[in-house]
Design a protein around this ligand. Sequence first.
Ligand code: ADP
Ligand code: MG
Length: 779
Amino acid sequence: MLQINKITKTYVTGDFKQTALDNVSLNFRESEFVAILGQSGSGKTTFLNVIGGLDQYDNGDLIINGKSTKHFKQSDWDAYRNNSVGFIFQSYNLIPHLSIIDNVEMGMTLSGVSISEKRKKALDVLEKVGLTKHLHKKPNQLSGGQMQRVAIARALANDPDIILADEPTGALDTETSEQIMQLIKEIAQDKLVVMVTHNPELATAYADRIVRFSDGKVVDDTNPLANQKIKDNYKLKKTSMSFLTALKLSGKNIITKKWRTAITAFASSIGIIGVALVLSLSNGFDKQINSFETGALSNYPITISQNAMSMDAFGPPKENANELTEFTKDKVVYPYDASKNSVTHKNVLTQEYMDYLDKIDSSWLDGVSYSRSVKMNLLKLSDGKATPLNTAAAGFSIYPSKADQSSNSYLEQYYDLLAGNFPTNKTDLVLVVDKYNQLEKNSLEALGFDGNSENIDFNNFIGHEFKMLMNDDYYVKSNNYYIVNGTTTDLSNLYNSEKATTLKISGIIRIKEDISISSLPAGIVYSDKLAEDFIENAKNSKIVLDQKQSDFSVMNGEVFVEESSTASNRMGAGGKTGQTKDSALAALGASSIPTGVALYPVNFEAKENITNYLDQWNSGLDEEKQIKYTDMASMITSLSGNIMDAITLVLIAFAAISLVVSMLMIGIIIYVSVLERTKEIGVLRALGARKKDITRVFNAETFIIGTCSGILGIAITYLLTIPVNAVLLNLTDLTNVAQLNPLHAFVLVVVSVILTMIGGLIPAKMAAKKDPVVALRSE
Ligand code: ADP
Ligand code: MG
């Protein structure tokens, strides 16, 4: 059944050649008990390894059931060992971290036998060797004889045709040896058993046939078999280990080394912890910034004013941009055309555009406010005298409100009421103070309060009144010019006139603490409705109608300057800047078009909708006809976001270094594990495991360690966020800054697994390359 035909095997170590098998020819019967005797070094083990397919012969042929093995590939030999051969070793070679039953099942596990069948066969053979009581013990809990019985059961389990035993009783006492020999003899009744022994008595007592080896040659054979031609009827079932089996195998190995694994996993999780902490912090800061944005910055409006600053202002002049360098060493001055490099964009607001703005979805807005150049005719009363109120000096501005003017949602949402009430009608004014309840001295004086006093009680402001007069009541025409209708030192007649509208300060407000940035300047804020009413009336006032007809000022006869010259005169020497006709008319209230609009979005999403809406107007328009807006909040945010991103990147880079270090460490740990498990590798190979399977076993080990360290790292990070947040709360008043995003956590575990597997790849490959014969010889 097994024919060995002129086989030679030579080992080469350096220059030294050792012929272990020298032209050996032997034929074996289907069932017989062959004992091989010979001196140490005569080639007995080599012979067993060659016929067992563990080692490959150099020349000759090995024929199994008529099939020549000359052209066997590695995978054929693997399958051959698994299907056809069972090995029994002197030192048992059981896998120490697997139970008895798992050891016996291993060969069948490798060839993919179903769990139930495997269990049944394993129990059968264990019963045959008399070990049914010890199924779940580990090998080191058994005696030598028992261990050898397990090894025999393992060799028999897959029901091979050939059993190869290398000095199976070499480590046993006489009595146990005899029991084992008896067992092997029984096996030999329906199998070919080839046993190497150094004990001639046992050989003669139990074996059917004795073959003597000397110097790699067969020198004696008590029952030779003639060579005969056998028909090839050999079939191989290829083996393959599933990743699950590899996981189970490595899992059991890892469990026996719990502490080392735990420490390794912990050490390599430090990199993960680093990255996870950085991510959770940056994630938290991002969230903080977002909530700051939606809190503090969302009350910051999108503004459209006559002169919109364009960001190009910060770059070099466009036309020369490519040729000029910053901080050049050139000793020349470069002229450039400022108009081509428009620093500011002139927005020409038209009624059409205002109508377009009115159609904006009001649900996106907390409110809209306007800047107007109209000078309403306001009077204040101080020291019993009525005088004009300089609204510019007093810091008058229009507060944001909804288009329907129905609610004070904006003021109430972002401002605390310190005294009085929020405005309820258009004649109600509101005093805005800064965070420290301050108001500028000049503003106070302009309002008629004592700017030099140490402090002024809120009560002095609440209910304080001013008067507003329409143009026709305020101005009278005298000698072709319009003058204020009264003596310049006292306008009590106007102040007390029935026609005067009474305005009063209804409340004092201050920005809310958690918002902290006020979009309204300190001073008086009033309703746009008041301005609109004034303008509505002013449009048809005599002074406006007259002014429209006239090319000089109807108030002082001054000649107007051209529109364009005001721009260049703005910083002109001498201070005498002229007025244009348009600006004179606007000041008198002739125009209902504001000079600026501020849109207050409800949130960041709404802001996006608003800017899209504004962009829509511009699409297709010439550059100079476009209306540009300024979004200060987004400039701030994108800046802060970029800085955060940069910091995060740097920190992650540092943490990544520790990840790489832990990867190297895993490599070393796995390498040590490979060294430790060399014997196991040999056993697995002897049982028919392919190189691939060995790689798989170690990949499974790194997979387990990587998963453990990833999960451990994430768990530790979650725990660490508690003290980190406590410290940050103490330092910065920010709550819950460190927050690990679950997605990041998951990705990090995956990264940990991948990195450790990469780290273990080389040692795993090394393990697979190990020669099974050498591996089995190792101690
Ligand atoms: P036995 O089992 O009869 O004691 P072996 O088959 O183990 O003998 O060895 C036969 C000869 O081959 C010995 O001289 C041994 O030194 C040599 N040999 C065995 N294995 C190797 C090897 N892997 N490398 C080099 N020489 C070896
Ligand atoms: Mg030997």
